[in-house]
Design a protein around this ligand. Structure first.
Ligand code: GDP
Ligand code: GDP
Ligand code: MG
Length: 319
């Protein structure tokens, strides 16, 4: 997909978020030319309702107050620009990349990735999309089906692997997830693959503790190839809003999450969660999902994100 198509898709995906959050901000600034208490209070309400979170909202509001005091704003256009700048600044904070192409680090090989997250967030779908994109980028890919808990998990990853045109390593349902991870890595090494992605289970409330299972998968990977996994991606469903923050904390405690994937941004008005996550947690958002199809995954680019959020918005004419 070309850059223009990608941007269009991205912009479309953020439509609901734009309508719920940015349009409200625009309406507010359209009636205002100064940063007074009433403005700040209403802005705070809008940001909180867009799932930007109290902490991050407070930070935006405080900075606006401070800048208004120093710089003064006399037009709605300048006020809107200021809000946009402050939103962009949040995404800078934790060093989220601004890279647009999908590229693996030069080494090591194979590059070992573990994909974690609760049930239904889109782990398997994300692996399918990533496998497809990495293969298109010229990398040799292997996927491992270490979600051995759910009955249909193997078939689902198999379907994605065949769509993506990459080999899958799997065992029977109920097999030890650590053993599957080990085999997948073993096979990736034997095939001289560039990248191996390990799918994992997501159930939280069963006899076998998920966090212990994930720790074990980590240990097994490291045993086969010291230093692996090189990336642990936590997948989050953007429509869960603030609860996503709790999920990051739980998974990080167990498995050293190195990056986040935010899925279902296309279906939600809660895309503001990206801002809360970028601001409150020190883990970069690496990819976003904007649909269910194989090419609906994008490398997260903070500039494009802010641009897409504010795409086409204009100060309303006052009558
Ligand atoms: P897992 O349990 O974490 O492996 O989640 P799955 O990969 O099975 O996905 C659960 C559901 O979410 C499926 O119906 C996917 O099609 C859907 N899904 C995943 N990513 C996206 C996305 O970016 N946008 C939309 N709209 N749906 C998605
Ligand atoms: P433990 O099960 O917690 O004692 O952890 P281990 O490090 O012993 O291994 C965890 C799992 O990884 C095992 O149950 C095996 O399925 C798998 N595993 C570990 N080492 C090997 C190996 O050398 N070959 C294969 N095929 N699997 C291994
Ligand atoms: Mg799955």
């Amino acid at each position: 997909m070309g850059l223009i198509d990608r941007l269009r898709k991205f912009t479309e995906g953020l439509t609901k978020t734009r309508e719920s959050f940015v349009q409200k901000v625009v309406q507010l600034v359209s009636t205002k030319t100064s940063v007074d208490d009433d403005f700040l209070e209403k802005l705070e309400e809008i940001l909180i309702s867009a799932d930007i979170g109290t902490k991050t909202t407070q930070m935006i509001v405080d900075r606006l107050k401070e800048r208004a005091r120093r710089e003064g704003f006399d037009t709605s256009e300048k006020l809107l620009h200021l809000v946009q700048q402050e939103v962009a600044a949040l995404l800078h904070v934790n060093g989220t990349t601004s890279q647009q192409e999908l590229a693996l680090p030069e080494s090591p090989r194979p590059y070992v990735m573990m994909i974690v997250g609760v049930n239904g967030v889109g782990k398997t779908t994300t692996i399918g999309k990533l496998a497809y994109n990495y293969r298109l980028a010229g990398y040799k890919v292997v996927v491992g089906a270490a979600d051995t808990f759910r009955a249909a998990a193997n078939e689902q990853l198999e379907i994605w692997a065949s769509r993506a045109g990459v080999p899958i390593v799997q065992q029977a349902q109920g097999a030890d997830p650590g053993a599957v991870a080990f085999d997948a890595l073993d096979s990736a090494i034997a095939q001289k693959a560039d990248v191996v992605m390990i799918d994992t289970a997501g159930r939280l409330h069963t006899k076998v503790n998920l966090m212990e299972e994930l720790k074990k998968i980590r240990r097994v990977l490291d045993k086969r190839f010291p230093g692996a996994p090189h990336e642990v991606l936590l997948v989050l469903d953007a429509s869960t809003g603030q609860n996503a923050i709790q999920q990051v904390k739980r998974f990080s405690d167990a498995v050293d999450v190195t990056g986040l994937v935010l899925t279902k941004l296309d279906g939600t008005a809660k895309g503001g969660i990206v801002l809360a996550i970028s601001n409150e947690l020190n883990i970069p958002v690496k990819f976003i999902g904007v649909g269910e199809k194989i090419d609906d995954l994008q490398v997260f680019d903070r500039h494009a994100f802010v641009q897409a959020l504010f795409e086409g918005v204009q100060i309303l004419q006052r009558s």
